[in-house]
Write a protein that binds this ligand. Structure first.
Ligand code: MG
Length: 387
């Protein structure tokens, strides 16, 4: 047995049975395959840019809110706990989590929706697909191949959702979206850890920003249940500490429930290996019905209150305008992009006409951080600004 596989469940993703990389590479003398994947993600340019990309709050709104970088780290932390406890591949789960948001545009969902609208005629924009494109092609760091040349298992995890139309063009990786089979457990963990992380940190950030109302939140789902226990147990503690303690307990409660329910699912399935997990008709990672209900309730509450708060909506509208106008101006004249992107646009358009220009402009905009997009917009549209 490969050293990296020691102590793992038979249905974990194993170094020994990995489906390999797009470009074959010799094994490393002492680093495992998924360890190399994780390290490649960590050293990528796209990963560093996550620090200046919005999760919900635009980067310049304050230094204490989550960014896509801290979000990705929180997702990875939760996923590692789950993977370790279930004897799954912790390193692979971490690699997927660190990479899962690499394809996100500036300004969170507002930026993504805007870019999707701009490119609708040419197939639209999907951030999951863009994350895959970042690791498969856009990162240029290695002498032997484009992209990061990650293993199939990491790429499978990054591609969380995909439309059937796009899946058809993805070969082996797209098959599960057409056949509705499942990804490996590490990918399933990354998916659930993402939802756990943002549900809970959005409560925390939303309260801190004054966008959520504590009196209202104490009526909602798990927060309500646990906050009353904390407030009763620590009546003298400042509100902020009571809230942090509640959020901490919420994460612990849902993760513990997830582990319990998943263990039961796995015991029932009796998969012999990772392909047994892939062939199962349903995901193995799941909450009990009670926790699922509370989790959904919180999610819906955040949707109604936080993501549609008028301050968030005002920022959303500005973000949309920045992305839409940048897109239009680069499409009009791709030479306004930096020379390497302009050259890419020319190369792509020789192959596929306007669709090629759309591709190059989309890659350029999607790669921007919030603050770069804002200053680039200013340079291009404000006559007083130096171009
Ligand atoms: Mg995420």
């Amino acid at each position: 047995m490969n050293l990296a596989d020691t102590g793992l469940a038979p249905y974990a993703a194993l170094d020994a049975t990995s489906r390999g990389r797009p470009h074959s590479e010799p094994r490393h003398e002492y680093r495992g395959e998924f360890q190399r994947d994780r390290d490649r993600v960590l050293h990528s340019t796209a990963f560093r840019r996550l620090v200046y990309k919005t999760q919900v709050f635009v980067n310049h709104e304050g230094d204490m809110y989550r960014t896509r970088l801290t979000h990705s780290l929180e997702v990875a932390q939760i996923a590692r706990t789950i993977a370790r406890e279930l004897h799954l591949n912790e390193t692979l789960a971490e690699a997927i989590c660190l990479a899962h948001d690499l394809g996100h545009t500036p300004f969170g969902h507002a930026g993504q929706d805007a870019l999707n609208e701009c490119t609708r005629e040419y197939g639209g924009f999907e951030h999951n697909l863009q994350s895959l494109r970042v690791v498969d092609e856009l990162e240029q760091r290695y002498a032997d191949f484009p992209g990061l040349n990650l293993t199939y298992e990491t790429r499978e995890g990054i591609l969380k959702h995909c439309s059937a139309k796009n899946a058809r063009g993805l070969g082996e990786l797209g098959v599960r979206f057409l056949e509705r089979s499942q990804p490996g457990l590490e990918a399933q963990i990354a998916n659930v850890a993402d939802a756990i992380a943002y549900n809970h940190h959005d409560v925390d950030d939303g309260l801190r920003a004054g966008l959520l109302d504590l009196d209202e939140l104490v009526e909602v789902g798990l927060f309500g249940e646990l906050f009353s226990a904390v407030a009763a147990g620590y009546p003298a503690a400042p509100r902020k500490r009571q809230v942090s303690e509640t959020v901490r307990r919420m994460i612990d409660t849902v993760v513990t429930d997830l582990l319990q329910t998943t263990r039961e699912n796995l015991a029932e399935l009796q998969a012999a290996d990772i392909d047994g997990i892939r062939a199962a008709g349903r995901p193995m990672l799941s909450f009990s019905a009670r926790i699922q209900g509370l989790h959904t309730e919180l999610k819906q509450y955040l949707h109604g209150r936080l993501y549609r708060h008028h301050r968030v909506l005002r920022m959303t509208r500005k973000a949309r305008r920045v992305v839409t106008e940048l897109f239009a101006v680069y499409m009009e004249d791709p030479r306004l992009m930096p020379p390497e992107h302009a050259a890419m646009s020319e190369r792509y358009s020789e192959q596929s006409g306007v669709a090629g220009t759309v591709r190059a402009v989309t890659d350029y905009i999607a790669g921007m951080t919030d603050r770069f997009a804002i200053s680039e917009h200013r340079r291009l549209f404000d006559p007083l600004e130096s171009p």
